[in-house]
Structure formats: structure tokens, C-alpha cells
Design a protein. Structure first.
Length: 326
């Protein structure tokens, strides 16, 4: 069931990507605002209650419907439900248009346009960023987006579906990432670009306690998926160099989950990543070893990501087959 659900969701998402103004995205923002305004009172315990309600209610509904469909209507309807939830939580098309637009601008020699697109994607201010720095940060943001929108969802869904929880892993992972990102935004600026949640909403208020809880829980939830993604990149790239980067250069990045992914990517395709050109106030300004980023690395990144997708699909297919035969 897991293999067919993931495969069908990826195919459907490639053919008909979910729009940024879809009602589910709007509902999730309203739900987050309601939870924050009615439960979050500024204390640590209230922050945990708010986070638990935000994640727990959709997750419980997802698994309850999955079990009801499985036991009363059959596996076909359960697969359809899994595909539907994976369709709204997993997919390249939620971020790939940013990558494609910047790549095309650089191919045309329009670095000014590339800087504008990168600034709009990450909601940051860019002035005179050199061409190789544009390429480097596009690679970094694209790899992390691929992890958060594809591999992380993929891993959590497959892991929990094995023990009979259906699509709950995908739901928890996706909403946890959204909560960390959405509640960390200033109240007057809640424009969600990384997952297509484009919106301005002045009601996006959350306490410091809630922001901290959302950040801590996201870091814990993403710990294992981040390392699974890094391992996949290592297997599908230069394994020895990727593992060396993981061991010796992951600390060059401010976040250790992101660090293992980016360090493994740098070694897998021999590209220099890291640094703080866009955010000079952050620690970890040194870079990994490797070649200076150039346009040719874009094709290598795309190839690495798709090879890793195929690898995980084959692995899930084998596990599904073993489960059926067992």
C-alpha cells in the first residue's frame, strides 16, 4: 500500500500541482491562528497544549478515517485516502518553480532577475550577491526544500504506515514543519513561500513559548528523517566524500539537522556549500570543501535528488512485497 500511495501521489502532483491558494492551505492557517489565539497564553504548558492540538486533531482524523476505510470498505479506499493526503503534503512542485525560474534566469545571463527571484523565494534582502553565491544558495535551499517536501514526508509516512498508522506520519511531519515556520513569523508578516502558503495575515500572533516549542518539536521530529535523507544522498552520490562531509563539516551550518543534509550533499556532488552570505549574523560562516558552485551543479543536484527518490521507492516496494508475502 505504501509504495502505490507514494508513487501515485508523486505522479498526480507532477501533473496537477496543488496551488498556493488551495482551501486546505487556507484552512491550515486559520486553524493555526485559532489554536494560537484560544490556547496559547504565553506559558510553557499552554504552548505545548496549543502545539499538541494543532498537530493532534488532524493526525487523529487522518488515522481514524484510514482505519475506518480499511476495515469497512477495503484497502482500495484506504489507498485512495493515503494518496489524497500525500498529494497535499508531499511533492516537488510546491517549490521547484523557484529553482527553475532562477536557473533559467542564470542561463540567460540575467543575474539581477535571479537575485530578485531568490530574494522573493526566501523573503530576504539581497543586494550584490555574486553569481557563484546565487548558485550556492539556490542549491542549499533546493536541497532542504526537497528534504522537507519530499524525503522527510516520504520517510515519516513509510515508517508509521508499516506499524498500521497509515498517513499519520506525513500529516504530523508536514504540519510540524508548517507550525515552526508559520509561528516564527512576525505578526505583520506571515508570507509562506517555502511550501506555497502565500498569505498575509495580521492575526498570526504567537507567544515566545509557542515559538520555542514549535522549534524544539520540529527539530526532534526532523532528526531521523534528516539523517535518512543525508544517507540517501551519500548512497546515490560519492559515498566516501558525502560521509566525510557529514562527519567533519555538518557543524559548519547553524542547524545540525540541515547541516548533515547539506554537508552530505556537498560531498556527494563535490560542491562548496555553507557560509553566511545571506545571513552574516549567523554562526558557522565557513564553507565545506569542494568546487566553486556553478550552473553545472544544478543538473547534478536534480540527478542526485531523483536517483534518491527512485532508491527510496524501490526500498518501499521491496518492504511492501515482503509484507504481502509474509
Amino acid at each position: 500500500m505504501s509504495f502505490f500511495s507514494i508513487f501515485l501521489a508523486l505522479v498526480i502532483e507532477q501533473v496537477r500541482p496543488l496551488g498556493s491558494t488551495h482551501f486546505l492551505h487556507q484552512w491550515l492557517r486559520r486553524w493555526a491562528n485559532w489554536v494560537a489565539s484560544h490556547v496559547d497564553g504565553g506559558t510553557r504548558s499552554q504552548a505545548w497544549m496549543a502545539w499538541g492540538l494543532l498537530i493532534g486533531a488532524p493526525a487523529f482524523l487522518a488515522v481514524l478515517i484510514h482505519w475506518c476505510l480499511t476495515f469497512f470498505l477495503g484497502w482500495f479506499f484506504a489507498v485512495a485516502w493515503n494518496v489524497a493526503l500525500l498529494y497535499v503534503t508531499l511533492g516537488f512542485r510546491q517549490f521547484s518553480h523557484h529553482f527553475t525560474g532562477i536557473r533559467d534566469a542564470l542561463n540567460d545571463g540575467d543575474e539581477h532577475r535571479a537575485r530578485e527571484l531568490l530574494a522573493n523565494w526566501q523573503q530576504i534582502e539581497i543586494k550584490d550577491l555574486p553569481r557563484n553565491e546565487i548558485v550556492r544558495h539556490v542549491i542549499e535551499h533546493s536541497v532542504l526544500s526537497a528534504h522537507r517536501h519530499v524525503f522527510g514526508v516520504f520517510f515519516c509516512y513509510a515508517l508509521l504506515s508499516i506499524i498500521g498508522l497509515g498517513p499519520v506520519g506525513a500529516v504530523v511531519y508536514r504540519i510540524a514543519e508548517f507550525a515552526k515556520r508559520y509561528w516564527s513569523q512576525p505578526a505583520a508578516q506571515s508570507e509562506m513561500t517555502a511550501a506555497g502558503f502565500a498569505h498575509q495575515d495580521a492575526s498570526n500572533w504567537s507567544s515566545d513559548s509557542l515559538k520555542l516549542v514549535a522549534h524544539e518539536t520540529w527539530h526532534a521530529i526532523d532528526w531521523l528523517p534528516a539523517r535518512a535523507t543525508a544517507m540517501g544522498f551519500a548512497i546515490m552520490g560519492s559515498f566516501e566524500d558525502a560521509m566525510d562531509g557529514w562527519r567533519n563539516h555538518a557543524e559548519k551550518f547553524p542547524d545540525d539537522n540541515d547541516g548533515v543534509i547539506l554537508a552530505a550533499t556537498a560531498g556527494a556532488i563535490n560542491v562548496q556549500l555553507g557560509g553566511a552570505a545571506l545571513q552574516p549574523d549567523l554562526p558557522g560562516s565557513s564553507s565545506t570543501p569542494g568546487r566553486t558552485p556553478e550552473l553545472a551543479h544544478f543538473a547534478q543536484v536534480v540527478g542526485l535528488v531523483w536517483r534518491t527518490v527512485v532508491m527510496w521507492l524501490v526500498l518501499v516496494a521491496l518492504l511492501s512485497l515482503a509484507n504481502l508475502l509474509g
